[in-house]
Design a binder for this molecule. Structure first.
Ligand code: ZN
Length: 260
């Protein structure tokens, strides 16, 4: 009797196992019948044809623009501005600590709105540098090189013709509550002004141009103080793409290092 029971159990186990193997075999057969080489080739070519994004750089009058958008003009180590480029609509952007206080009209007005709203929340925004001409950038860059080296200067300063500041859309902020934080990425980020900008600037069309951890993509070290006007819709796209996304990543163009 004992032996008979075990035999029964073995028999049931055998049936279950063979059913499982049988089912697996059927499933495998189904797989092989539904994926013929022809159909799988078609599937992969469909995937390849799907566009990965809808952004492309357009070269207009010597400058690169994402989809021709005038506020998505590109200035980085891979994309030089047109020789001697100077925006035609520069206006006074407001009070600043140096003589370079001009921005393009729309960016300046966005900055004024942002400054007013920040002030209503008890934050006084202040900047030290906005538009910089190619010749001014030339002096600045050569001074940095003279005081350090080309390699060092290239990590934080642009060569003339490659500067985001030459677009008339960039601002370098400083904190009036902590002047020790000037151009110190960690210190400035933690000031009340730095925090307010990080959380609110996109609502006015400004983005953090050189985010932390994106040095190889943007070509520059993290700069918590450098904001760039791109327009509200574009800034929202960057904001919604995730934290610390760079302009290069969101709009799919190269940055990195100088070609020559
Ligand atoms: Zn800057």
């Amino acid at each position: 009797m004992k032996f008979g029971k075990t035999e029964k159990i073995l028999a049931i186990a055998c049936i279950i196992v063979s059913l499982m193997i049988g089912c697996g075999y059927v499933i495998d057969n189904n797989k092989s019948t539904t994926t013929s080489p022809e159909t799988s080739n078609n599937a992969s070519s469909t995937i390849e044809e799907t566009p990965t994004n809808t952004y492309e750089l357009q070269l207009i009058d010597g400058n690169y623009y994402v989809n021709g958008d005038e506020y998505l003009i590109v200035a980085n180590k891979s994309h030089k501005l047109a020789d001697g480029y100077e925006p035609s609509d520069l206006v006074e952007a407001g009070e600043c600590s140096t003589g370079a206080c001009y921005m393009r009209k729309e960016a300046a007005s966005a900055y004024q709105s942002m400054k007013e709203d920040a002030l209503n929340e008890g934050i006084t925004l202040y900047f030290t540098s906005a538009y910089r001409s190619e010749s001014y950038q030339n002096t600045l860059y050569n001074n940095y090189v003279a005081n350090s080296s080309i390699e060092a200067a290239d990590t934080f300063s642009s060569r003339p013709g490659y500067s985001d500041h030459q677009t008339g859309l960039a601002l370098d902020f400083i904190s009036l509550t902590d002047r020790n934080s000037d151009f110190d990425e960690e210190k400035f980020f933690h000031t009340v002004e730095g925090q307010w900008l990080y959380n609110n600037a996109y609502k006015y069309g400004f983005i953090l141009r050189y985010p932390e951890g994106k040095e190889k993509i943007t070509g520059y070290q993290y700069e918590s103080w450098h904001y760039r006007y791109v327009g509200i819709d574009n800034a929202l796209l960057v904001h919604n793409a995730g934290s610390n996304m760079s302009l290069e990543e969101v709009f799919n163009f190269s940055g990195g290092d100088y070609v020559e």
